[in-house]
Design a protein around this ligand. Structure first.
Ligand code: ADP
Ligand code: MG
Length: 403
């Protein structure tokens, strides 16, 4: 599902209004009846204006006509939701142009974007409904045929949750990207100039880095949290020059990817905690041939530290920001389903882990297919009424392909 912003330039104010109307109608209708779109959009040009916009939007795939229903109507596509989110980011001046895609996951697209000053940022587009709900019966029953199982709702939840946690973590001084904005199923965050640990073949001091990562797991626990997917793809390693000795490089881990974070009070907290620890141990043993002589850390010890020394409970903080228990439950079921699916999908990632000789090619595939990227920033910002800007500034942009 590639984000193609080219059609954005050609949408009229009326088209945007109709697209927004379809989104609003989607809150209560899986398929939004055409008369409802007309009513919500209330264009000056009347019904014919709406129909013109509907055709224009359908032509570029932002809405899709649904004929199998009892009535004629439209639904928003992923593309349509992408456009609405980008439009909001552009209107708020967080995004002016969209560059290349640096990551494609089962659950998201990661794009480089820039604001009108040329500052590069990362746009993460959640794609949670990409999978079908088929593996875990409990999840299937929970999610199927319900509004709460829809991709739009779930992807939005993932973005809301990720943003709330990134904010809470950042405020607490954890090494995470700076959260900049959230709209619908997307978030904008600072671009970290670092590589996933996955792409690092050796480090000068594996014991030191290992200790630092374990310390991060324990620090999260103290604040009531478990990352839940603490692996070599979600830990970026930044190389910093030592302040004293410029020949010396220090490695700083930065954590990303938070939609699956769980509370230390979660019924399965111990399993998630152990899995995060195990992930790091396994990676260090395979990649750096480092095995710690210290056993653990163990959940029962970490549990005792929750809230110690006045540590703020970030699990509670994120909930207080509006991510309710009901939302958490819906999202969790979807993520559990997704993880079950990816484990079921041939041992792709396991093969990856075993085969370490092919680093170049693997990192290439991690970054997605470069050939389907434009390799150029596409301006979206100057088509949002509140913005003034020119394309000149864009030439200064360099494309960061994430490697
Ligand atoms: P997913 O949920 O699909 O795993 P992630 O948030 O883990 O998405 O991002 C996928 C990849 O994109 C990461 O492994 C990393 O290479 C890159 N990435 C994500 N966020 C950033 C960022 N803020 N700065 C730099 N690279 C990033
Ligand atoms: Mg990830």
């Amino acid at each position: 599902m590639k984000l193609d912003t080219r059609a954005m330039r050609h949408l009229t104010a009326e088209d945007w209004r109709v697209l927004t109307a379809v989104e609003m109608g989607s809150k209560n209708h899986e398929i939004v009846p055409t008369p409802l779109i007309e009513r919500i959009a209330r264009l000056k040009g009347g019904a014919s204006g709406v129909h013109k916009s509907i055709s224009a939007l359908a032509k570029v795939g932002l809405i899709a006509r649904m004929k199998e229903a009892k009535y004629d109507g439209y639904r928003l596509t992923y593309g349509g939701l992408d456009y609405l989110a980008l439009h909001t980011h552009a209107a708020r001046k967080h995004v002016y142009s969209v560059g290349s895609r640096i990551g494609v996951g089962k659950e998201s697209d990661i794009m480089i974007v820039a604001d009108d000053k040329g500052t590069q940022k990362v746009l993460k587009i959640h794609r949670l409904g990409r999978i079908s709900f088929r593996t875990v019966k409990a999840n299937r029953d929970y999610l199927k045929n319900r509004a709460s199982g829809s991709w739009m709702y779930l992807s939005r939840l993932a973005a809301i949750k990720e943003y709330a946690f990134m904010q809470a973590l950042r405020e607490e001084g954890f090494p995470v990207p700076e959260p900049i904005a959230q709209s619908r199923h997307t978030i904008v965050m600072s671009l970290i100039d670092a590589m996933p640990m996955r792409q690092i073949s050796s480090v000068p001091d594996p014991a030191g880095l290992y200790a630092e990562l374990i310390a991060l797991i324990l620090r999260l626990a103290k604040h009531g949290l478990i990352h839940g997917d603490f692996n070599e793809f979600n830990i970026l390693i930044r190389k910093d020059k030592d302040a004293q000795d410029p020949n010396k490089i220090t490695l700083t881990p930065i954590i990303i990817d938070f939609p699956q974070m769980v509370s230390m009070d979660h019924p399965n907290a111990e399993m998630y905690f152990d899995r995060d620890v195990e992930c790091i141990k396994r990676f260090f043993s395979r990649r750096f041939h480092f095995v710690s002589t210290t056993p653990g850390p163990f959940f029962k010890d970490a549990k005792k530290t929750v809230g110690r020394d006045g540590a703020r409970r970030l699990d509670a903080a994120a909930e207080a920001s509006g991510f309710t228990k009901k939302m958490a439950k819906d999202l969790e079921a979807a993520i559990r389903e997704q993880q079950a699916n990816s484990e079921a999908d041939a041992g792709d990632s396991e093969d990856d882990l075993e085969d370490e000789s092919d680093e170049e090619e693997e990192s290439g595939s991690e970054d997605g297919d470069p050939s389907d990227d434009e390799g150029q920033h596409q301006v979206i910002g100057d088509h949002v009424p509140v913005l003034v800007g020119s394309e000149e500034g864009l030439e200064k942009l360099t494309i960061n392909d994430g490697t």
